[in-house]
Ligand binder design. Structure first.
Ligand code: ZN
Length: 360
């Protein structure tokens, strides 16, 4: 079968690999019908050696598909079910899963990545492929409701596997409140998701800060009330002007770099909550003024998304039509063109927010 894999720094390939087999009794095999390319995949590609990515490692942690086979301990899904996977495979029953923090699952890991690989066994696979082995299928797969069980609706649920759920994680952890102001840093798929998710909590203003005019226009279409291009305008001044000089009560930093964290602290009013997402701080020490947080009662919240815990909230919102995360996919390509998909996202090509690939 065909699968996307890491070759060397900066280079992914599509190639023939053996079809996956059930290894453990809790495993399932899923035939992938649609997979996403995530900003984190670009990280694994560009920083492979630093992140422990081995040549040949299969990529992709966002996928929707149909269950082809299950081990004898799998109860929550059956063969033939159309499912969305959590980007992290999780057992669904450990100390942390039972407390709705599956990102800390004692047996969890991220598909298509070396993160927590010790939990997945010898064969962690990625979703940008025709088939994928899913460890801990009981905790990791979610059967789709009847109205979302078709090739046409896959794109609506696929972002719940990671990117949209991560934006929602940011909205929750920045404690977005009705009538207040939210600032979102980063105009990629997670930033756009954070704009959409923040809207669920009825803030008066959602200010999106980014560096690409096309993506900022996209942000206005999905709910941003204001946008700032930080290449030409000062986000701190912009937010202060819009909030009588006080700043925002909620800040969602999806860019995750030193500049966005610094500006995030500056646009926050006393008592604000700042949710820091993104991988940027993995590569450099965080340089944030502790006194700023202490004396202004700021909450800085970090952590990766708890997909499996949010699915019960987010799937019904897609089913009811309240949210349609499929808008994030500006391009859908055949799996055969996955390498072009990576390049579109890496170069931030005009008109590209997020790319999906569809196995034929
Ligand atoms: Zn667990």
């Amino acid at each position: 079968m065909k699968a996307t894999y890491y070759h060397e720094r900066g280079e992914v390939r599509l190639g023939e690999v053996p079809e996956p087999q059930l290894i453990h009794d809790g495993d399932a095999i899923v035939r992938v019908t649609l997979a996403g390319i995530c900003g984190a995949d670009l990280d694994f590609t560009q920083n492979g050696p630093e992140m422990g990515v081995q040549p040949g490692m299969r990529l992709g942690h966002e996928f929707v598909g149909v269950v082809e086979a299950i081990g004898k301990d799998v109860r929550n899904v059956k063969v033939g079910d159309r499912v969305v996977a959590s980007a992290m495979f999780v057992d669904g029953e450990c100390h942390f899963c039972s407390r709705d923090i599956p990102s800390a699952c004692e047996h969890g890991g991220l598909f298509g990545s070396p993160l927590f690989a010790e939990h997945g066994g010898s064969d962690i696979q990625g979703g940008q492929s025709e088939f994928v082995r899913v460890p801990y299928a009981n905790g990791s797969l979610f059967t789709l409701p009847e109205s979302l069980r078709s090739a046409e609706t896959d794109a609506k649920v696929l972002p719940l596997a990671d990117n949209f759920a991560t934006g929602y994680h940011g909205a929750l952890n920045s404690k977005v409140k009705p009538g207040e102001t939210v600032v979102v840093f980063g105009d990629g798929a997670v930033g756009q998701s954070a704009v959409m998710a923040a809207g669920l909590f009825d803030p008066a203003q959602i200010i999106l800060v980014g560096r690409h005019d096309g993506r900022l226009e996209f942000g206005r279409q999905v709910g941003a009330t204001h946008t700032v291009n930080s290449k030409t305008d000062d986000p701190v001044e912009f937010v202060k002007n819009l909030t009588d000089g006080y700043g925002a009560l909620s800040v969602i930093d999806t860019a995750g770099n030193q500049a966005s964290l610094k500006q995030g602290l500056e646009v926050a009013q006393a008592g604000a909550a700042i949710s820091v997402l993104g991988f940027g701080h993995l590569y450099a020490p965080v340089d944030a003024p502790y006194s700023d947080a202490l004396f202004r009662n700021l909450t800085i919240h970090t952590g990766i998304v708890n997909v499996a815990a949010y699915m019960k909230t987010l799937l019904p919102l897609v089913e009811s039509g309240r949210i349609d995360p499929s808008v994030l996919f500006t391009q859908t390509l055949p799996l055969e063109e996955v390498v072009s998909g990576y390049e579109l996202m890496r170069s931030r090509a005009e008109g590209t927010v997020k790319v999906a690939v569809r196995p034929s």
